[in-house]
Design a protein around this ligand. Structure first.
Ligand code: BES
Ligand code: ZN
Length: 801
């Protein structure tokens, strides 16, 4: 995977929310005059409506000239227009208005600390009026991968060529043209590019006309765009080749270097199919007449969703039957699915500010899987999604995890959040059912097309449809209400989701079953408890959409749902069941722990009737139990014991035993090792412990105790004691706790006259002193009691059985 965010944060521009200036620096411009605006965010008194942009990049000198005309509307009377500009050499600025008879020159103040300029108007700018600001400027093409940048590549004749392209997200549009570079300032764009005759250009919109402007220079003019954010503007000057296909009045093209045109077919088919899928899924047509997907020969990010002109790394777009693997195919498909989802979620409806980027990216990541599952089921990407959840929850169970909605800290943390968000959306989708979820998204996109939103807007749009949906259920009203746990007739998606977005980590749900009652309880799950925060964890409370299946699951309500919005609750089953499994297909973002009996039942089920559970449920149980091996340690032994049943598992556990530094853990491992039914291994364990090197001798009584608990082991343990008696009493003197223990545990299972005789004779044969040991007497008495018990109960017992 590609680390988009290291790119995001290592960009030369600082993160917009995090700059703190020394007081005395505020408001000083490059020419020493007072800058009229001290904030990082632009004022909202003037808003852009339209940009006319002409660019002339020179790929040889790497300079570019630009000229922009911005039509703005005044919301509040002002003398200044504050906008963004970064590293641009402004040569001329004028302002015009319908009421003025000619353009007036204006002063431009620059404040590089905030990447801002202030245009000082000759008169007060009046509310409701439109003005057009014209700025001529020049700059250099960037030699990073950010802004309006140039890269070189070798063409089909191995000759070095230059290409200019853009990457504006998040804050680099301002380095290509003066603009209101915040996502909420949407406007229309009319872009013209002057170029050498031998090059060609691409931009968000289709090309309208090409006109000659000077010797060897022509100008390409693109259609006017729809209302869009600056970070989505894009243009490319290059010599790329393409193949195209039309679908539903949109021309889809894949562009690559001419010698790589043979590798673009997969991308074209995929993009067409996915474009069709999204239009149906969102019930909103893709609004542009063309969609270009371009493989840039040198590209920092994985891909970028510029509206109508998506840019990719070559490895995320090109696919070659001869050299690409199945995984490569999945990657290409996933990246296309992701960037196409952004054409709606991000481009049509845009986050108001970067603090909600997690929603944009999280949603695109989520849609990536939904779209692929529906469009390319053969790729089995639902399994990839399950893997993603395993990975994400692993990270989120660390103390270092942080809430999704918090100031971003490091690149990795932002990236992890996208995956968490995707996983949470899946949980929501499964809970409110797919149709409601889809209707909620559709509602959201319709409500906010060409606008900007905060994350609350999404949950509100969801709430609108979930309420409607519930009211229209009618016939199953009562059951559905109790299933969904709707209070006051509404299912509050917002309230539910906030508990997941604002708190860090995720919950551990403990299930205890008694008859028909399931007692469920939640707490924060942490993989290691060294934290000082552990005590404050009592305050964590999630609204958890629990899902569960049982051995009797057949009704239409199955899998069952229950919203756990308290610390604990009791769920009443309709009847007693053999087993119950929570978090169906691991669609929920929580981990489950059962009482030991229920774990054993599930483990047994896995062994005896594995297909009673879905593949995902099986994978989940295994993943779940391994995660638990780290907080509640009472399942650790169960896990080790299950693992030690195979030869490989036993060997592996032994190697873990020898390297473990935790005595508590070693103890459990040893018990698991000694619970094997393989006689040779049991003998080896007892002997090795008696020697005391690999396994210390202090563990021997414990090993013998475990060995003698099993059917094949109890005779073995006694034989071992008999054979090694001299060694044992040399090592642990007579009367020691170890000897007492060994005598007790190696004999307490015997219940026949023959064994009584054998034990008696053995100890008597040793010495008077030994046969008088209290532990020996106790052992003999225990065997006698066992014999009596058998005489009294065996017949009855056999009858019952
Ligand atoms: N919009 C992002 C790229 C981005 C995010 C650039 C934030 C700058 C700031 C794009 O949609 C994306 O997510 N790209 C990924 C690949 C994707 C398939 C996960 C990338 O570049 O790694
Ligand atoms: Zn993205």
């Amino acid at each position: 995977s590609y680390n988009i965010c290291s790119f995001f944060l290592s960009s030369s521009s600082p993160h917009p929310d995090r700059i703190q200036l020394p007081r005395n620096m505020i408001e000083n411009t490059t020419n020493g005059k007072r800058f009229p605006w001290a904030k990082n965010r632009l004022p909202s008194n003037v808003v852009p409506l339209h940009y006319d942009l002409i660019l002339q990049p020179n790929l040889t000198t790497t300079e570019f000239a630009g000229s922009v005309q911005i039509t703005v509307n005044v919301i509040q009377v002002t003398w200044n227009i504050i906008l963004h500009s970064s590293g641009l050499n402004i040569t001329k600025a004028t302002l015009t208005s319908a009421g003025w008879n000619q353009a007036k020159p204006v002063e431009v103040l620059e404040y590089p600390v905030h990447d801002q300029i202030a245009v000082v108007a000759p008169d007060a700018l009046l509310v409701g009026q439109n003005y057009t600001l014209s700025i001529d400027y020049s700059s250099n093409l960037s030699d990073t991968y950010y802004g309006f940048y140039k890269v070189s590549y070798k063409d089909e004749h191995a000759e070095k060529r230059w290409l200019a392209a853009t990457q504006f997200e998040p804050l680099a549009a301002r380095s290509a043209f003066p603009c209101f570079d915040e996502p909420a300032f949407k406007a229309t764009f009319l872009i013209k590019i002057k170029r050498d005759e031998q090059h060609s250009t691409l931009s968000n919109m289709p090309k309208n006309v090409t006109i000659p402007v000077a010797a060897g220079i022509v100008q390409d003019e693109f259609s006017m765009s729809l209302k869009m954010s600056t970070y989505l503007v894009a243009f490319i000057v290059a010599n790329l080749k393409n193949i195209s296909k039309e679908t539903n009045r949109t021309l889809v093209s894949i562009y690559a270097m001419p010698q790589k045109l043979g590798q673009v077919e997969h991308a074209l088919d995929t993009a067409v199919k996915l474009l069709e899928f999204y239009q149906k899924y969102f019930h909103i047509e893709y609004p542009l007449q063309k969609l270009d997907l371009v493989a840039i020969p040198d590209f920092q990010a994985g891909a970028m969703e510029n509206w109508g002109l998506i840019t990719f790394r070559e490895t995320t777009l090109l696919y070659d039957d001869k050299t690409s693997s199945a995984m490569d195919k999945k990657l290409v498909t996933a990246v296309i699915a992701h960037e196409l989802a952004h054409q709606w979620f991000g481009n049509l409806v845009t986050m108001e500010w970067w603090n909600d980027l997690w929603l944009n990216e999280g949603f695109a990541t989520f849609m990536e899987y939904i779209a692929m599952e529906r469009t390319f089921p053969e790729l089995q990407t639902d399994e990839e999604f399950l893997k993603l959840r395993f990975k994400t929850m692993m990270k989120d169970s660390l103390n270092a995890s942080r809430p999704i909605s918090s100031a971003v800290q490091s690149s990795e943390q932002i990236e992890e959040m996208f995956d968490t968000v995707a996983s949470l959306l899946l949980m929501l989708k499964k809970y409110i059912k797919h149709d409601s979820f889809q209707a909620g998204i559709e509602n959201y996109l319709h409500n906010h097309s060409y606008g900007s939103t905060r994350s609350d807007d999404l949950w509100d749009s969801m709430n609108e449809v979930t309420i409607l949906d519930i009211l229209s259920l009618g016939f199953c009203m009562i059951e559905c209400l109790c299933v969904l746990q709707i209070t006051n007739g509404t299912l509050d998606v917002k309230k539910l989701m906030k508990t997941w977005i604002l708190q860090k980590g995720f919950p551990l749900v403990t299930v205890k079953r008694k008859g028909k009652s399931l007692y469920v309880q939640q707490e924060r799950f942490l993989r290691s408890v060294e934290s000082e925060n552990w005590t404050s964890d009592a305050s964590y409370l999630w609204h958890i959409p629990l899902s569960y299946t049982t051995s009797n699951c057949s009704s239409f309500l199955c899998p069952y749902a229950y919203l756990l919005d308290q610390k604990s609750a009791t769920i009443e089953l309709q009847e007693e069941v053999k087993w119950v499994k929570f978090n169906v297909d691991m669609n929920g973002y929580y981990i489950v722990h059962y009482a030991e009996d229920d774990w054993n039942t599930l483990i047994n089920l896995l062994r005896t009737d594995p297909i009673a559970l879905s593949t995902k449920d099986r994978a989940h149980l295994i993943n779940n139990i391994f995660s638990l091996v780290g907080l509640p340690t009472d399942v650790m032994k169960t896990v080790f014991t299950a693992g030690a049943k195979t030869d490989d598992g036993w060997e592996f556990l032994l190697s873990m035993y020898t390297s473990s530094v935790s005595e508590a853990e070693k103890h459990k491992m040893l018990e698991a090792l000694a619970s094997t039914e393989d006689v040779r291994k049991l003998i080896w364990l007892m002997q090795t412990s008696l020697e005391g090197d690999l396994i210390r001798a202090q563990e021997l009584s414990h090993i013998i105790a475990t060995v003698s608990q099993s059917l094949p082991g109890h005779l073995l343990a006694w034989d071992f004691v008999k054979e090694n008696w001299e060694k044992l009493i040399r090592k642990f003197h007579l009367g020691s706790f170890a000897i007492q223990n060994i005598v007790t545990v190696s004999t307490f299972q015997f219940s026949t006259e023959a064994h009584l005789l054998e034990v008696k004779t053995f100890f008597e044969s040793k010495s008077e002193k030994i046969s008088q040991l209290r532990c020996v007497k106790e052992a003999i008495e225990t065997i006698q009691l066992n014999i009596k018990w058998m005489e009294r109960n065996l017949a009855a017992l056999q009858q019952w059985l």
